[in-house]
Design a protein around this ligand. Structure first.
Ligand code: H2P
Length: 807
C-alpha cells in the first residue's frame, strides 16, 4: 500500500548518534560504558527517529477531525521495545551493524532491556498486538492503561515450588515514555452525594491525581504512530510540611504513599477475592482519567458533546473498565448538564465491550456496600442505568443482584456492541453467560476472532523463517499476511522444505544454547520440542499434559528398546499467587521432571524442561523453536487463545481440542495438519451431567490409574504422600475440567504425533502448511473487523499520503 516513510541513517551516522547519547544522555565514555549504557544509548538513538512520525500522525488526526479509537485496558503486555522499534523503523540492520561496529554484541544489548510486563497473559498481550495493528493500519487511536510501578511478579522455583518476588522494571529509566506533568486529572473516591439547588453533587472523601506518561507506538515501516497513555497515581499535595516540622516524618509522607498505592502493582489474574477495594479503585482511577482526557481533547476541538459518538469510539477490554459507562454518564450529567436519558444514550453510542472469558468467576462483581462506599455517585447512576434498561428490556436481567454489582451485565447494557473473541466463544456468549441479554438486545453480540501481530511474532522473533519467506514470496507479507498462502505452492519442493526445516533447526539450536546459558540445562535439538506456554490454570490443563508425560515414561520403561520418538516437554507459565491448585500443578511438573530427567533408561527419549519466569521475551524464544503446539483446554473454556496462532504461524502444528480459535485454525490449516482429540463443548456439558464421570473414566484407563497411583505413592515427592493428595483426589471427586475424560484420547493423539514426527519430510510439509495457511490470524485483520463492525473508524493513511502528494 504505502511506501516506507522513514529515511534510514547511514551506519556511521547511527553509530555517531549512539556515541552522542552515550556521552550526553548517559554521561559515559565508551571505555566505561556498561551493557545498560549501550542499550539506553541505542534506544534513545532509535527514539529520536520515532518522534517525528508520531507528531505527524497526531497532526494529521487533528486535521482530519475523524474518529479516534480509545482502547481502555487494565493490561498492556508489551515485552521489550528496542528490537520492535528498530524493526518498525526498518533500521534493524543499521542498528545491529552500528552496535557491532562499536564493539558490542547486538543480541546482548537488546536482551538487556527488561520486559514491560504490564499484564497477566493473553488479554494483555492482545492489547499490545492491537496497538501495533492500529498504528500499522493508520487508525487514530490511544491506548489507555495504568503505569504500574511493579508489573507481573517474577517467578522463581524453590525445590520445585513457585515463589514470587516483585518485578521492578521502573527501577531503571524507561526511555520509551515521555512524562506529561501538565496532563493531570483529579480522581475522586468516597464521600457522599447531596442534592443542592436541585442538582446532585458528589462531595468526595479522597482525591488523587492521575498523571500521564506517553509512549509512542510505531506501526510497520514507521508510517503511523499512535499513543499509549498510561496513568500514574500521585497525591494532590506531595508532602505534609506541618507533620514534618513536628518531627513526624512518616505522617509527612503518608499522602504520597497512599496515593501512589493505586498504581503500584498489577493484580494477578484469578485473584477471586472480590472485596479488593484497591482493585476497584485502580479500575475507576484509569477509566475516569481516560474519559476526562478524551472529553478534554474533544472539547478542545470545539465539538458539541451530543456529537461525541461521531468522534469517539471507546473499547472496553473486558469488564475491568466497565465503570466507563456510569462514569461517562456522570461526566455528561454532572459536568455538562445532560438529562439522564440523553446521557445514557450518548454514552452507549460511544462504548463497546469485549468479553474474554466464560468462566463465571472471572466476570467481575463488587459487593454493593463496598461499591457504594468507594463510588457513591456511580452507585446511584447505575440505579438509573438499570431503570432505563428495565424500561426497554424488562426485568429478567438485573445489574444489582444478591448484594452485588455485576460488571459484565453493566458493560453489556452500556455498550452498543459486545464481542466475543473467537467464533465458538461468541456463540457460547450468546448461549450461556449473556443468553437473556442477547434475547433482550438481539444483534448486539458479534464476533471478532483474535489475532496477533506478525511483525513481532514472526518477522522479529524468527529471523531464519523470515529470510526464507522473503526469498520465496517477496517482502510484502508483514502487513498483508494473507500473502503467506503463496508458500503453499512450494510445499512439494524439497529445496524449500529443506530450508524450512533448517530454519526450525536453527531456532531450536538457539533455544538450546539459551537454556544452557541461563539455566545450565542441556536439551537435544534433534528431539521433538513439545511446548505448552501460558498462564497455569486448571482449564488450560497443564496437568493433563504432565499426566500424559508420566504415562509415556511408564511405557518407555516397559519397552526401552522400542522405536520411541525423542521428546522434550517444555512448560512455561506462572500461577496466580493465591491459586493453590495451579501452584500444586507447577510443583508436580517440577517434581516429575526431577525424577524422569534422572532416569537413565528413558533419558534419551524423554525430558521435561520448565524454565522459570515465563514472559513475552521467553515466548519469542520458545515459539519459533517449537515443533508441537499444545492447545489442550477443556472445550468451551478457552475463549480464543492467541498462543495457538503464534505457534501455527511459526510452523508448529497443534495438538488440541475443539476450543476457542483452535476451531478456526484447524479449518484454515486443514484437519490433516492438526492433531485433534477430546470432547467437544457440547459433549463436555453432557458428560458433566453423568454421575461419577471422573471415576468411571479413571477406572476405564489402566494407564491413567497407574499414573495417579504413582503420584499418590509419593514417587515424585520423595515419598511424601500428602503433597499431591488434594490434586489427585480432586481428579477423582470433582474433575470439573475433564482431565480424566480426555486423557486416553490425548494419549492416543500424542502417539499419532510420534508417528508423524518420525517421518520428517511429511512433518516439515505439515509445519510449512501451518505457516502458509494462518495469514488470516493477523491482528491487522482483527482490527479491520473492529474498525468496520464496531467503531466505524477509518484509516488516515491514504488521505494523508494523497494530501502530501498534492502538497
Ligand atoms: C484471555 C482468554 C484467552 C484469550 C485472551 C484474549 C483472558 O487470556 O482466556 O482465551 O485469547 O484473553 O482474548 P489468557 O487466558 O491468555 O490470559
Amino acid at each position: 500500500m504505502t511506501t516506507p516513510r522513514i529515511s534510514a541513517p547511514s551506519v556511521e551516522a547511527f553509530s555517531a548518534a549512539i556515541l552522542r547519547h552515550l556521552k550526553l544522555s548517559l554521561g559515559k565514555d565508551p571505555e566505561h560504558a556498561s551493557l545498560y549504557d549501550w542499550r539506553m544509548s541505542l534506544a534513545l538513538s532509535l527514539r529520536d527517529h520515532v518522534v517525528e512520525p508520531w507528531f505527524e500522525s497526531t497532526r494529521k488526526t487533528y486535521e482530519a477531525r475523524g474518529k479516534r479509537v480509545y482502547y481502555l485496558s487494565m493490561e498492556f503486555l508489551i515485552g521489550r521495545l528496542v528490537e520492535d522499534v528498530a524493526v518498525n523503523l526498518g533500521f534493524e540492520d543499521i542498528a545491529e551493524e552500528a552496535i557491532t561496529a562499536l564493539g558490542q554484541n547486538y543480541g546482548d544489548v537488546v536482551a538487556n532491556e527488561p520486559d514491560a510486563a504490564l499484564g497477566n497473559g493473553g488479554l494483555g498481550r492482545l492489547a499490545a498486538c492491537f496497538m501495533d495493528s492500529l498504528s500499522t493500519l493508520g487508525i487514530p487511536a490511544y491506548g489507555y492503561g495504568i503505569r504500574y510501578e511493579h508489573g507481573l511478579f517474577e517467578q522463581h522455583f524453590e525445590e520445585g515450588a513457585q515463589i514470587e518476588t516483585a518485578e521492578t522494571w521502573l527501577s531503571q529509566a524507561h526511555v520509551w515514555e515521555f512524562e506529561r506533568p501538565e496532563v493531570t486529572y483529579p480522581i475522586h473516591f468516597g464521600g457522599h452525594v447531596a442534592v443542592e439547588d436541585g442538582k446532585t453533587v458528589w462531595h468526595a472523601g479522597e482525591t488523587v491525581m492521575a498523571s500521564a506518561y506517553d509512549t509512542p507506538v510505531l506501526g510497520w515501516q514507521g508510517r503511523w504512530a499512535n499513543t499509549l497513555r498510561l496513568w500514574a497515581a500521585k497525591p494532590t499535595t506531595n508532602f505534609d510540611l506541618e507533620s514534618f516540622n513536628r518531627g513526624d516524618y512518616i505522617a509527612a509522607s503518608a499522602p504520597e504513599a497512599l496515593a501512589r498505592t493505586i498504581s503500584r502493582v498489577l493484580y494477578p489474574d484469578d485473584t477471586t477475592d472480590v472485596g479488593k477495594e484497591l482493585r476497584l479503585k485502580q479500575e475507576y482511577f484509569f477509566t475516569s482519567a481516560s474519559l476526562q482526557d478524551l472529553l478534554r481533547r474533544f472539547l478542545s476541538e470545539g465539538g458539541a458533546l451530543k456529537d461525541l459518538p461521531d468522534h469517539v469510539a471507546i473499547q472496553l477490554n473486558d469488564t475491568h473498565p466497565a465503570i466507563a459507562g456510569p462514569e461517562l454518564v456522570r461526566l455528561l450529567m454532572d459536568e455538562h448538564q445532560f438529562e439522564v436519558a440523553q446521557a445514557i444514550t450518548t454514552a452507549r453510542a460511544c462504548l463497546a465491550y469485549t468479553n474474554h472469558t466464560l468462566l463465571p468467576e472471572a466476570l467481575e462483581r463488587w459487593p454493593e456496600d463496598l461499591f457504594a462506599r468507594v463510588l457513591p455517585r456511580h452507585y446511584r447512576i447505575i440505579q438509573l442505568i438499570e431503570a432505563a434498561h428495565f424500561a426497554t428490556a424488562g426485568e429478567t436481567v438485573r445489574i444489582f443482584e444478591h448484594g452485588e454489582v455485576k460488571m459484565g451485565e453493566l458493560a453489556f447494557v452500556m455498550a452498543h456492541h459486545v464481542n466475543g473473541v473467537s467464533a465458538l466463544h461468541s456463540e457460547l456468549v450468546k448461549e450461556t453467560v449473556f443468553s437473556d441479554l442477547n434475547a433482550a438486545y438481539p444483534g448486539r453480540i458479534i464476533n471478532q476472532t483474535n489475532g496477533i501481530t506478525p511483525r513481532r511474532w514472526l518477522y522479529t522473533c524468527n529471523r531464519p523463517l523470515r529470510g526464507l519467506i522473503n526469498d520465496t514470496i517477496g517482502t510484502a507479507w508483514p502487513d498483508n499476511l494473507d500473502q503467506l498462502s503463496g508458500l503453499t505452492a512450494h510445499v512439494e519442493d524439497s529445496a524449500f522444505l529443506d530450508r524450512f526445516q533448517a530454519a526450525k533447526d536453527a531456532n531450536k539450536a538457539r533455544l538450546a544454547d539459551w537454556l544452557k546459558a541461563r539455566d545450565g540445562v542441556s536439551v537435544d535439538p534433534a528431539a521433538m520440542f513439545d511446548v505448552q506456554i501460558k498462564r497455569i490454570h486448571e482449564y488450560k490443563r497443564q496437568l493433563m499434559n504432565l499426566l500424559e508425560t508420566v504415562a509415556l515414561w511408564n511405557d518407555i520403561r516397559a519397552n526401552p528398546n522400542g522405536a520411541w520418538t525423542p521428546r522434550v516437554k517444555l512448560f512455561g507459565g506462572k500461577a496466580a499467587p493465591g491459586y493453590v491448585v495451579a501452584k500444586e500443578i507447577i510443583h508436580l511438573i517440577n517434581d516429575a521432571a526431577r525424577v524422569i530427567n534422572a532416569d537413565p533408561v528413558t533419558r534419551e527419549f524423554l525430558q521435561i524442561v520448565y524454565p522459570e519466569n515465563y514472559n513475552v521475551s521467553m515466548a519469542e524464544m520458545l515459539i519459533p523453536a517449537a515443533d508441537l503446539s499444545e492447545q489442550i483446554s477443556t472445550a468451551g473454556k478457552e475463549a480464543s487463545g492467541t498462543g495457538n496462532m503464534k505457534f501455527a504461524l511459526n510452523g508448529a502444528p497443534t495438538i488440541g481440542t475443539l476450543d476457542g480459535a483452535n476451531v478456526e485454525i484447524r479449518d484454515c490449516v486443514g484437519a490433516e495438519n492438526f492433531f485433534l482429540f477430546g470432547l467437544t463443548a457440547a459433549e463436555v456439558t453432557a458428560r458433566r451431567a453423568e454421575p461419577d464421570y471422573a471415576r468411571t473414566a479413571i477406572a476405564a484407563s489402566p494407564r491413567l490409574s497407574e499414573v495417579l497411583d504413582q503420584i499418590r505413592s509419593g514417587l515424585f515427592s520423595g515419598g511424601d504422600r500428602d503433597r499431591y493428595v488434594n490434586l489427585v483426589n480432586g481428579l477423582y471427586d470433582h474433575d470439573y475440567f475433564l482431565v480424566t475424560c480426555d486423557f486416553d484420547a490425548y494419549f492416543a493423539a500424542q502417539r499419532q504425533v510420534d508417528t508423524a514426527f518420525a517421518d520428517s519430510r511429511t512433518w516439515t510439509r505439515m509445519a510449512a502448511l501451518n505457516t502458509a495457511r494462518v495469514g488470516w490470524f493477523s491482528s491487522d485483520r482483527t482490527i479491520s473487523g473492529y474498525a468496520k463492525d464496531i467503531w466505524q473508524a477509518q484509516s488516515l493513511l491514504e488521505q494523508r499520503d494523497a494530501d502530501q502528494n498534492v502538497a
